[in-house]
Write a protein that binds this ligand. Structure first.
Ligand code: PMP
Length: 397
C-alpha cells in the first residue's frame, strides 16, 4: 500500500459517531447534513427517469439537459457573460467531493506544494496528500475581542506570504466548514491578484455559496471567485447539490473550470466514475429549474436555526462563539477543554448530545466543537443546548 494512504487519518467525526452506536435517544448534530428529506418533486423526477428505462452510461461531462440548466443557474448567480459562456466551462461530478478530487488529479503532481486555509473539512487536506503533494496549512486566527469575538478570520498577510511561485495550488473553502468564516470580494480580489503573480491555481470550494445569511451581496449568495476572476484565470470552483438542494445522498456536484481544462477533466471522469447516474442528473436538472421552491425557504429556515442556537449557546458558561455568516455550523470553544475528541465522546455518552470535534478540522481547532444546526425541528436544537447546559453544570460541581 502507498505510504500516504496508510497515513491517512480515520475520520474523527466517525469516531465520535461510533460512540453513539446502539445508544438510544442521542441528539445527533455531528454530520454536515440536514435531516430534511429531498423535496418530493426531485425524488419523483428520479423515479420517472428510472421508470422510463434510463439505466445506461452517459456523457463524461454530464447530460446536455443538466449542463444547460447549470449554465443558466451559474449565469443567474454570476451575471454578465450570458448562459452560453458557461456551457464549455462545466463538468458534472459524482458529488462535490469527487469534483474536488478531480481538480487535484488534474492539477497536482507528486511533490507539489499545496496551501490549504484551515480549519477545513478534512477531505480538502487529504485529497492533495493522496496525490503526493506537500500540504502547507495557513490557519485562520480567532478574534479575541470586539463585536465578532470568537470569530475565525483570515490573516491575509500570512496567507499571501505562504503562497509563493513554488505553490501549485491554493485550496480555500468559504463559506467555511466548520468555522462559518466567509470571504469578501475584496479579499478574493487580493488573493487572485497574488496567485496570478505566483502562477498558483485556486481551488475554491463554494458548496455553501447559497447558505449565506449576511444579505450584503446583490444575489443573496456569498461572494464567489467567479465574480472577480476572468474566464482564463487559473480558478476552479467546486459545487454540490448536497447542501442547497438537500441532496447529500444523491452524490452529485459540478466544477466550474477555465474552458481549456474542461476536456482534460472529462478524461479524468472517464477513469474515475465514467459519468454520474442519468436518473440522478434528471432529478438535479429539475431541482435547478425549480430551485426557487427549495433554496430560499431552506436558507430562511437555516437562518432561523442559527438564530435559535447561537444566542442559547452564548448564554452557557465558558462557551465562546461568533455568529456564523454562512454555512450550517455553529463552531464554539468550551473553556478549559482542550481535548475536544474526548469531550465530544463524553457528550455522547453522558449527555446524549452528538457534536463533531474541532480537532477533526485542524490542530488549531482543538478545544472547539462543531454543531450542525440544519435541523428540521428547531426544538431539537433547544433540547440539545439544555443537555449541554446540564452537562457543563455537572462538570462544575
Ligand atoms: N466541501 C465542503 C466544505 C463540505 O463540507 C462538503 C460536505 N460535507 C463537501 C465539499 C462535499 O459535499 P458532497 O460531496 O456531498 O457534494
Amino acid at each position: 500500500m502507498r505510504q500516504v494512504v496508510q497515513d491517512l487519518e480515520a475520520s474523527r467525526i466517525r469516531e465520535v459517531a461510533n460512540e453513539g452506536l446502539g445508544r438510544e435517544g442521542v441528539l445527533k448534530f455531528w454530520f454536515g447534513e440536514s435531516d430534511e428529506v429531498t423535496p418530493a418533486f426531485i425524488r419523483e423526477a428520479a423515479i420517472a427517469s428510472l421508470q422510463a428505462g434510463e439505466t445506461f452510461y452517459a456523457h463524461n461531462l454530464g447530460l446536455p439537459e443538466l449542463r444547460e440548466a447549470l449554465a443558466s443557474y451559474t449565469d443567474a448567480l454570476h451575471p454578465g457573460r450570458g448562459a452560453a459562456h458557461w456551457q464549455d466551462r462545466l463538468a458534472v461530478t459524482s458529488g462535490g467531493v469527487n469534483g474536488l478530487m478531480l481538480a487535484s488529479q488534474a492539477l497536482v503532481d507528486a511533490g507539489d506544494e499545496v496551501v490549504v486555509v484551515t480549519p477545513a473539512w478534512p477531505n480538502l487536506v487529504a485529497q492533495p496528500l493522496i496525490m503526493g503533494a506537500r500540504v502547507k496549512s495557513v490557519p485562520l486566527k480567532v478574534l479575541g475581542s470586539g463585536p465578532r469575538a470568537g470569530a475565525w478570520a483570515l490573516d491575509m498577510d500570512a496567507l499571501l506570504a505562504a503562497i509563493t511561485p513554488a505553490t501549485r495550488m491554493l485550496i480555500v473553502n468559504a463559506p467555511n466548514n466548520p468555522t462559518g468564516w466567509t470571504l469578501t470580494a475584496a479579499e478574493q480580489r487580493a488573493i487572485l491578484a497574488h496567485c496570478r503573480r505566483t502562477g498558483t491555481w485556486i481551488l475554491a470550494d463554494e458548496v455553501y455559496e447559497r447558505l449565506y445569511f449576511a444579505a450584503d451581496t446583490p444575489n443573496g449568495a456569498a461572494s464567489s471567485f467567479l465574480d472577480v476572476a476572468e474566464p482564463e484565470d487559473r480558478v476552479v470552483i467546486a459545487h454540490s447539490f448536497s447542501k442547497s438542494f438537500l441532496m447529500t445522498g444523491w452524490r452529485l456536484g459540478w466544477l466550474v473550470l477555465p474552458a481549456a481544462l474542461t476536456a482534460a477533466v472529462g478524461k479524468l471522469i472517464e477513469y474515475n466514475t465514467s459519468c454520474a447516474p442519468v436518473f440522478v442528473q434528471r432529478a438535479a436538472s429539475l431541482a435547478l429549474q425549480r430551485g426557487a421552491e427549495v433554496t430560499p425557504a431552506l436558507v430562511a429556515h437555516l437562518k432561523g436555526c442559527r438564530d435559535t442556537l447561537v444566542p442559547l449557546l452564548r448564554g452557557l458558561p465558558g462557551v465562546t462563539l461568533a455568529e456564523p455568516l454562512g454555512g450550517m455550523y455553529a463552531f464554539f470553544r468550551l473553556d478549559g477543554r482542550t481535548d475536544c475528541l474526548d469531550t465530544a465522546k463524553r457528550l455522547v455518552r453522558e449527555a446524549g448530545l452528538g457534536l463533531a470535534p474541532g480537532s477533526a478540522f485542524s490542530p488549531e481547532a482543538a478545544g472547539w466543537l462543531r454543531w450542525c444546526f440544519a435541523s428540521r425541528d428547531r426544538e431539537r436544537l433547544v433540547q440539545g443546548v439544555q443537555r449541554l447546559r446540564h452537562w457543563i453544570d455537572t462538570q462544575a460541581r
